[in-house]
Design a protein around this ligand. Structure first.
Ligand code: SAM
Ligand code: DTB
Ligand code: SF4
Length: 324
């Protein structure tokens, strides 16, 4: 699709857009199933980058609880609990600019290995990565690498100056070369234009193969970051973005990511109808709140949502874990 074609979709009358997205969703996915992923910040804060949205950048004064890399046992324990609560995937996040070849990386490789042996999909988001590091992660059993484009190439330097848009693309290529699946999406609500949202989807659509998973985050405006006073995103923009993503990237999982805490049940239902089929489970994202367990249980009950099994889309990658 060209940028113009994507724009024409994004600008459809909302009900028409939702209806078309829902049709695509039903053609490629089971609309009753939603992937439940659990997020854990294994290393929080102190990041040298200047991402304007991020509470973990060392240069902003935010109220997060900083900690060094967690112990492997605690991380595996978290994964087991997440699995008991219905999660099929765990995403490990570290506030690093890039992965370094040091003892911390070795520790992360061990975490990945043990969690994947439980039979769960493991995703990691650790910053920039070389091909060699990506191969080590794949060897340890990593299933997916998350590395968001975050916004369009044109708007990128208004949000981040300490790295280039192309650095992001290169890391995604390295992850791909190692055989990892890709999770890459972005954030709405940072002051970007409609064209920037479309431009980001266009770049994602150029990645071949397309990212298996596309998180759509709504900015969580955190006190102390440059975007702390960004006005809230109208829920209709989010639904429009999710629906457009579903149509542009029909086979990908579209994740209704950060921002769910400020959405009503009705708004979330619209997002699922418009093609979202993945969420983060658990009362915390990396550093900000997410709906708690009983709220989500109620949501799934009301909407008749069933959790997706691990490796549902790639059964050949399944490890023989304790629950496999
Ligand atoms: N440091 C690594 C990196 O930047 O790729 C991994 C962790 S970073 C926190 C992962 C993603 O979280 C970012 O790319 C961004 O999309 C998302 N994120 C961070 N802060 C956010 C916020 N305040 N609101 C919404 N999404 C946010
Ligand atoms: C993604 O796209 N969103 C998640 C995950 N990938 C790593 C992170 C959201 C972070 C929201 C802000 C916070 O909790 O610090
Ligand atoms: Fe660091 Fe990632 Fe936050 Fe940017 S988004 S400041 S790279 S933790």
């Amino acid at each position: 699709m060209t940028k113009e074609e994507i724009k024409a979709i994004y600008q459809l009358p909302l009900l028409e857009l939702i209806s078309r997205a829902s049709e695509v969703h039903r053609r490629y996915h089971n609309p009753a199933e939603v992937q439940m992923s659990s997020l854990l910040s294994i290393k929080t804060g102190g990041c040298p980058e200047d991402c304007a949205y991020c509470p973990q950048a060392a240069r902003y004064h935010t109220e997060i609880k900083i900690h060094k890399l967690m112990e492997k046992e605690d991380v595996v324990e978290f994964a087991k609990k997440a699995m008991e609560n219905g999660a099929s995937r765990v995403c490990l996040g570290a506030a690093w600019r890039e992965v370094r070849n040091n003892r911390d990386f070795d520790k992360v490789l061990q975490m990945v290995k043990e969690i994947s042996e439980l039979g769960m999909e493991v995703c990691a988001t650790l910053g920039m990565l070389t091909e060699e590091q990506a191969k080590k992660l794949a060897g340890a059993g990593l299933y997916a690498y998350n590395h968001n484009l975050d916004t369009s190439e044109e708007f990128y330097d208004k949000i981040i100056t300490t790295r280039k848009f192309n650095d992001r693309i290169n890391t995604l290529k390295n992850a791909r070369k190692a055989g990892l699946t890709i999770c890459s999406g972005g954030i709405i609500g940072m002051g970007e234009s409609e064209d920037d949202r479309i431009g980001m989807l266009y770049t994602l659509s150029l990645l071949k193969p397309a990212p298996e998973s596309v998180p759509i985050n709504t900015l969580v405006a955190v006190k102390g970051t440059p975007l702390e006073n960004a006005p809230p995103v109208p829920v209709w923009d989010l639904v429009r973005m999710i629906a457009t993503t579903r149509i542009v990237l029909p086979t990908s999982m579209v994740r209704l990511s950060a921002g769910r805490n400020s959405l009503s049940t009705e708004a979330q239902a619209l997002c699922f109808i418009a093609g979202a089929n993945s969420i983060f489970l658990g009362d915390k994202l990396l550093t900000t709140p997410n709906p708690c367990e009983h709220e989500d249980m109620e949501l799934f009950k009301v909407l008749g949502i069933k959790p997706m099994a691990p490796y549902a889309k790639h059964p050949e990658k399944k490890k023989s874990g304790i629950n496999a």
